[in-house]
Design a protein around this ligand. Sequence first.
Ligand code: SAM
Ligand code: SF4
Length: 325
Amino acid sequence: MQLIDRYHRKFEYLRLSITDECNFKCNYCLPDGYQRTHQKQFLSQNEITNLINAFAELGTSKVRITGGEPSLRKDFADIISQISQTEGIKKVATTTNGFNLSKHAEQWFEAGLSAINVSVDSLDANTFNLITGKNIFHKVMEGVEACASAGFEQVKVNSVLMKGLNDNDLNTFLAWIKDHPIQLRFIELMQTEDNTEFFNRYHLSGQTIKSILLKQNWICKIRHVNDGPAEVFTHPDYVGEIGLIMPYSKDFCSHCNRLRVSAVGRLHLCLFGEEGVDLRHLLQNSSDKEQLKKTIISALQEKKATHFLDLGVSGGTPHLASIGG
Ligand code: SAM
Ligand code: SF4
């Protein structure tokens, strides 16, 4: 059994949110900080085990643990270890705001984490503080360095470049990766239910960044069928590379290779535009695994060819912390 949809896209990659809580106030995501909007408990380790076993049997080989801020969970290292020991799972990744990184990078690596993305929206401490509401730029950068010493092969750094806020940081970012083996991932700002005004003011098109890179002789790498939606660029004079995530570009969804499960156990076929399918009642007993697999397969047949972000439709997603960006 494999996870393939009506458009012949194959889904071997699961993004699992383990909490929607966050301690940052990124101005494009949670400008007023985290507000709890539900009384539900987040998935327990037992529920996560049952979920991952089913996905692994359906061909999932990579799991990214996300949130909210995943490392706020006290059992984060245990969750990494549990997922990485599941038969069939070859890669366990996480995306983090870096708050707990300098202290725990080694522990997470030893628990079985194989890849890490750290969000750093600016290399200037003041701008970083302005965007995230946290005056801890240096601590986060110590965390990025700790990853290399811990043994991670390549650290990816996520950054949302915004017009008039941090777009001037592009050159500083490029200078940084000249001799640092980082993959910088520029994520184009996405419109969500809560950030429309902000989006209209600060959105910077990924295509604009792409043309700047091409003018500076960055070369777009050839994409393979299951590579996912990032366009990756390299340059002979740079040790690092760049990944561009451009959700508003024409072919973005045709490369979709990921499914999402929220921190309360709902399967989301897309970041935008649907309420999700409740899986939680099937996560309580391992004996429900076959039914769980059937439910996931049948839900996947409803996955649409594309999102409708370019029409300003962000579905019911209030912010990306809510279902795991
Ligand atoms: N808290 C963790 C972090 O910030 O890395 C993980 C969750 S966060 C939702 C995952 C990624 O989504 C981050 O890199 C963040 O910058 C990005 N993100 C959040 N809201 C976004 C938006 N509206 N548009 C584009 N990227 C967004
Ligand atoms: Fe928190 Fe990540 Fe959202 Fe920033 S982007 S508020 S760190 S969930």
